[in-house]
Design a protein around this ligand. Structure first.
Ligand code: FAD
Length: 474
């Protein structure tokens, strides 16, 4: 029998449920496939950096699979529809009896998988696994069997279920017996813009696991004190690996439990604080399955669709370029543009600024983030944007509007983060870093840094009025 493993967002051999299941029968011939779909990726605004990150991990995966006697085949076509018809033919030509894959939960991906199962149903047994989550969507529900709309009760129910569930990590498969190491054909680069990735994120699942281990050993205890300070490496920086499945959430949970065995009891500790973030990740993924409209650019709270957003292309561009005149916002956007990663506190600040200071449609921000992020993930990104824009489930209320200056003062008091990204503010003293023009005026100096694009106090009033009017209209 021939087993085919279809790799998508699970580019690892350790704790990979589909791969593990495909390898269980020692007699089976196991082969693997990855299908690049550049046109589809364009439609999904995938960042060129993320495509590059995937490509590099694919090379690593090809290598580790080959060492186990499994050939990774590779094909490139346009979109998901093409991938279905190509895969059907591939299954026929390779005489595949069973197909193994890990589920993806976004709507286009789910439709693709349904189409594929239908197309091959006569000849191929399909085995789909819940792998990228600690608990499958639909398994954590209210007494009425509905998905939670509020996070805290979701988390309570989630943790209760988690303790009953089997979340052990699976080992990487053994080398296949009596199989020669397959020839490793060079993987053709994707027909997609490629982008350089800095040294911050080493390639390979071992590198990701090492990072996880050292974070859980050395840093997680201080997570609550450090997680909001962008000048410090106080968070795990594992999101790029989790987003493309180089690391699984079970590996995160199990490593956390090994290093901090009392994580579930000590609910005021850093380890529990970090686990809480993993549960947010689950929450947003469960939400997109319960409400697929979230994958289709629709807000969760319908009346927010009547907000009259400003059409302000220059302001949007200033935000994208990190030139709004608000130092914390600009430093954050430059971090994103240059590394593909942004600290969570800053994601919240820049999202609030775009939507509630500039009154620009949150979808612009969501799209721009996807086009830049190394960790771009539809559910987390949409969840984050809809939270910040007050259009989502359990989102910040619309009248909660961050003041970008005081946010900077609170979370980057001495301006260390700001100075790292805005060299034009190098001379500005610490106490003036959040309002550099005030200092420059007193000093009779001219800064090579833009004046604020908008007055926060006025913007706040306009935004409140716009949301209130929308609410009345609906
Ligand atoms: P840690 O603090 O170490 O957290 C561990 C892991 O938990 C992360 O790697 C991530 O997988 C998960 N996680 C943490 N916070 C969240 C959260 N709020 N929502 C969902 N999962 C979370 N995260 C993405 O992975 N991809 C995105 O595209 C994305 N877009 C976002 C957009 C906005 C507007 C906002 C406010 C948040 C977004 N996040 C996104 C969530 C969060 O900012 C990042 O996951 C986090 O900053 C990654 O850094 P880390 O790995 O050091 O996180």
């Amino acid at each position: 029998t021939t087993h085919l493993v279809w790799f998508r967002n699970d580019l690892r051999i350790t704790d990979n449920r589909a791969l593990h299941a495909a390898c269980e029968d020692p007699q089976a011939r196991v082969i693997a496939i990855f299908i690049a779909t550049p046109e589809q990726w364009k439609q999904h605004e995938m960042a060129p950096r993320q495509a590059t990150f995937i490509y590099q991990h694919l090379q690593a995966l090809q290598h580790s699979l080959a060492e186990r006697g499994i050939a990774l085949h590779y094909h490139q076509c346009d979109d998901f529809a093409d991938s279905v018809s190509w895969l059907k033919d591939f299954c026929a030509s390779e005489k595949v009896d069973a197909l193994f894959y890990n589920k993806q939960y976004e709507i286009n991906e789910r439709q693709r998988d349904l189409a594929l199962e239908k197309a091959v149903s006569d000849t191929v047994m399909c085995h789909a696994f819940d792998d990228s989550l600690l608990l499958p969507p639909g398994s954590v529900t209210t007494g009425n069997d509905e998905m939670y709309k509020v996070y805290t009760p979701f988390r309570r129910a989630f943790l209760a279920r988690l303790t009953e569930s089997d979340s052990r990590s699976l080992p990487a498969p053994q080398a296949r017996e009596n199989v020669e190491k397959p020839v490793m054909h060079k993987l053709m680069p994707f027909d997609y813009p490629l982008a350089a990735i800095g040294d911050d994120f080493a390639i390979g699942e071992e590198a990701a696991r090492n990072q996880l281990r050292s974070f859980c050993r050395e840093q997680v205890q201080d997570y609550l004190e450090q997680r909001d300070l962008p000048a410090i490496d106080g968070t795990s920086s594992l999101s790029p690996y989790l987003a493309i499945g180089v690391l699984s959430p079970r590996q995160c949970l199990n490593r956390l439990r090994t290093e901090c065995p009392d994580v579930l009891e000590k609910t005021d500790g850093g380890a529990f604080g970090w686990l809480n973030e993993l549960v947010w990740r689950e929450f947003y993924r469960h939400l997109i399955v319960a409400w697929p409209k979230l994958c289709k650019h629709q807000p969760f709270v319908e009346w927010t669709d009547s907000v009259r957003w400003r059409d302000a292309p220059d302001d949007l561009q200033a935000w994208k370029n990190g030139k709004t005149g608000y130092p914390i916002v600009d430093a954050a956007m430059r971090q994103l543009n240059s590394t593909g990663w942004m600290h969570n506190r800053l994601r919240m600040i820049v999202a609030s600024f775009l939507v509630k200071d500039l009154l620009i449609n949150w979808r612009e921000g969501e799209r721009y983030f996807m086009s830049q992020l190394l960790d771009g993930d539809l559910a987390a990104n949409n969840g984050g944007w809809q939270w910040g824009a007050s259009t989502g489930t359990d989102a910040a209320p619309y009248f909660r509007i961050f003041n970008p200056t005081t946010q900077g003062e609170r979370f980057d008091k001495a301006g260390r983060f700001i100075k790292a990204w805005l060299p034009e503010l190098a001379d500005v003293p610490e106490r003036d870093i959040h309002q550099p023009h005030r200092w420059a005026e007193k000093q009779h100096r001219v800064l090579d840094y833009p004046l604020p694009v908008i007055d926060h106090a006025r913007a706040r009033k306009d935004t409140l009025a716009a949301f209130e009017a929308a609410k009345k209209r609906s």
